[in-house]
Write a protein that binds this ligand. Structure first.
Ligand SMILES: [Zn+2]
Length: 386
């Protein structure tokens, strides 16, 4: 019996009965709506808490310690230096300890690939503000393009294929039983317009001469993730994304004289093309399915440490707020907070607890605490423009 029928049966006057039936039907509808907005139920218990580590040997004591710290899962960096048997052993320990296992692959930041194929490296765009961070570095000469070593974005055709092939190879050493694969750095390289900000990731070859054929469209990362999904059947593939330059990074003369982080030098990219392109890329990645999406919120690695400008361990809330503000503001559709898997860092200085706490309060689906070093830096290198 439905609630509507039950309520109707309880009251006897025909008009009352009609009225209560309508009221109860409305109640059922609104309860259903409440259940819809409250779903999924278990998320209320708090986010999934994942510790992200390098592939070093772990003991059962390590696993117990992680459990004691409130972690339900371990994410391990999948890379070439660790053998299949070492990953198998780690996976067994994790599983014996009752924790879930995820894999993390660093995609674009790849010194070996960058050294082997300098032409595929990310360009520092046309603005020369990045140069103030490298005062001893010579300016690019005629016929040279400045690149961000060791970043090899998937946005070039050959690099796209090479990264896919590398992931296929890495997966051969993946241990059994893993639940999901996190793919970090699927955007363009840091300082992509040349402003100097590590988080300026929207552009490939911004007004500079390309040194490799690039892939067109704002859905390159979405296509890449789809290719990886085809290779892992029923497992989750979670792209990890970085937000772009913010208003607080604008130079004072482009921000009503207000002081700022200085991260974008003299460039006003935070209010230019970057939020629009960001929204298109983000939407390509998040639409058409309900899979989680990662948000890289490493306050130290991304130089978000100035407390007066929202930096420090609480910066993760600004990364989430960037999405809330930018995506709907540029014609995109926001994803619910519980689809976000945010990555905060534990640099061992005691700030991680605060970052975890504010991330959990934001209602995200998972908090990944990086104890592995997730480097976001670059060094300029010159490459002949052919
Ligand atoms: Zn920029």
């Amino acid at each position: 019996m439905t609630i509507a029928q039950l309520v109707a049966q309880t009251f006897c006057s025909p008009t009352q009965k009609q009225w209560y039936t309508a009221l109860a039907a409305g109640l059922v509808v609104s309860m259903a709506a409440m259940q819809l907005t409250a779903a999924p139920g278990p998320a209320k218990a708090g986010p999934l808490e994942i510790v992200l580590v390098e592939a070093v040997p772990v003991t059962s004591e390590t696993i117990s310690k992680w459990k004691g710290e409130g972690f339900n899962a371990v994410a391990v960096v999948l890379e070439e230096r660790t053998s299949k048997s070492a990953y198998d052993q780690l996976a067994r320990r994790v599983s014996d300890g009752g924790l879930d296992l995820y894999l993390w692959i660093e995609v674009a930041r790849n010194p070996k690939l960058a050294a082997a194929h300098p032409r595929w490296m990310a360009a520092l765009g046309m603005h020369d503000d990045w140069q103030k961070n490298f005062p001893n570095f010579p300016e690019p000469g005629i016929g040279e393009v400045a690149k961000a070593f060791p970043w090899v974005p998937i946005g070039y055709r050959e690099a796209f294929d090479a990264h896919l092939a590398r992931i296929e190879q890495l997966l051969q050493r993946a241990p059994p039983g893993w639940r999901g694969l996190l793919l970090n750095d699927l955007q363009a390289g840091p300082s992509s317009c040349g402003c100097g900000n590590l988080q300026c990731r929207w552009a490939i070859d911004y007004q500079v001469k390309p040194t490799a054929p690039k892939l067109e469209g704002d859905d390159v990362a979405a296509r890449f993730v789809a290719e990886v999904r085809r290779r892992v059947a029923d497992k989750k593939v979670i792209p990890v994304w970085t937000t772009e330059c913010e208003d607080v990074d604008l130079p004072a003369d482009k921000h009503q004289g207000r002081p700022g982080t200085g991260l974008c030098g003299t460039v006003g990219c935070a209010t230019g093309a970057c939020p629009e392109v960001f929204t298109r890329q983000w939407s390509g990645l998040t639409s058409g399915h309900d899979e989680p999406i990662g948000l890289l919120a490493l306050h130290t690695a991304l130089r978000r440490t100035q407390k007066e400008f929202g930096g420090g361990p609480g910066w993760v809330t600004n990364a989430v707020a960037y999405l809330d503000r930018t995506v709907p503001g540029h014609g995109g559709k926001n994803v619910p907070a519980d689809r976000l898997w945010v990555v905060v860092e534990d640099t061992g200085n005691g700030e991680a607890a605060a970052a975890r706490e504010v991330a959990a309060k934001a209602g995200v689906g998972a908090v990944i605490v990086a104890r592995a070093k997730i480097d976001q830096s670059y060094e300029p290198r010159m490459v002949p423009a052919k």
